[in-house]
Unconditional design. Sequence first.
Length: 165
Amino acid sequence: MRTAVMRVVIDADGVLGPDAYEAGLVQLREAAVEVVASPPASLPERRREVELILDEAQLADREEYVGLCSRAFGLPAAPGVVTFISRGTDDDARGVLAGFGLQAVDVERFTEDDDEVVRVVLDPEQAMRVPEGRLHTALEAALNCEVRIVVDTAARPGSAAEGAP
């Protein structure tokens, strides 16, 4: 399962003082939420955010976490951008694909000339739904290795694999 980083805007107008900010962080941590936050002296003047580290499945409860932040800091909170921490696993590859609405036929890892390579096999219909360059870039960023996207034409009726002219 992938690890998500959910940003939450906890002080859009920059009204929280350092003590209230620290107290809000303590409340979140006491609620067993993993929080990444800037030190009070490094906060921007406006649109202050915290980052919550969540399992991908916990994103379904996104509004609950926003509410928890609102209660902890005593101000209206708003959801921000969600990104993912990548460890270069097959789950990360499948997660990137899922983000594009795709599902791999196969994800294979191998070494070639001392370099790690990940081969992602897609069926032809899925391969046509997303520009290959965007998918390739996202996969390489998530996996930090060479990525090869292969379209599996064997399953397509009338393909050369089935003896079509």
